[in-house]
Design a protein around this ligand. Structure first.
Ligand SMILES: O=C(O)CCC(=O)C(=O)O
Ligand SMILES: [Fe+2]
Length: 199
């Protein structure tokens, strides 16, 4: 794996694959994006003024789209040693002009869940806006341009397993055009029981 805190690979998805994914995403049900927070020992998912985009997730993906994400998972395994069995369901998020996701961390809520924390984030830029829409990591002094076909992979945890505050990030507002990303998170352990080896 790269020593950079945020590994970037351009051309990870070629134009044909991006168009095919975007085409299939038209058949999915999109809703206002949500954020997760803890409320009295429970995780609550709700919309928030901090996140103004629209999202769909793997639940809605038609078989053609699942075949495409399956191929993407194989390449993530090859290039970044991502473990497909540890992945959360894919999400796609669309940002129109002005839409954004404020400063946040992708981990911090899942330490007690069977699959554990969100160890790494995988973010693929499918549709590149004409202006704005970068992903900023203020503590790393890093701005990732939302280049179509690029994948960004970063660690959310420090080697001791605690949340790494340096990978807090912002999806900057789109200023012109539209941005669409495909995202998943690699958990510390497998994401369902049938993937664990049985005793
Ligand atoms: O869209 C982006 O640039 C970042 C998205 C993000 O941070 C997230 O979905 O958790
Ligand atoms: Fe995020």
């Amino acid at each position: 794996m790269s020593a950079d805190p945020v590994a970037l690979l351009d051309g990870f998805c070629d134009a044909g694959e991006r168009l095919a994914v975007l085409h299939e995403l038209r058949y999915c049900h999109w809703s206002p994006s949500t954020v997760v927070r803890r409320h009295e020992e429970r995780l609550v998912t709700s919309s928030s003024p901090a996140r103004t985009s629209t999202t769909t997730d793997q639940w809605w993906f038609p078989p053609e789209l699942l075949a495409l994400t399956g191929r993407i998972e194989s390449r993530l395994a090859e290039r970044f040693a991502v473990e497909p069995d540890h992945l959360d369901p894919w999400q796609a998020t669309r940002y129109e002009v002005g839409e954004t996701f404020g400063l946040h961390h992708d981990a911090g809520h899942w330490v007690r869940s069977p699959a554990g924390e969100r160890r790494r984030t995988v973010l693929i830029y499918l549709e590149e806006p004409d202006e704005g829409g970068g992903t900023e990591f203020p503590s790393l002094d890093l701005l990732v341009a939302p280049r179509a076909g690029r994948v960004a992979v970063w660690d959310n945890l420090r080697p001791d397993g605690r949340v790494d505050p340096f990978t807090r990030h912002i999806a900057l507002p789109v200023l012109r055009g539209r941005k669409t990303v495909l995202t998943t998170w690699e958990r510390v352990r497998p994401t369902c029981s049938r993937r664990e080896s049985l005793p």
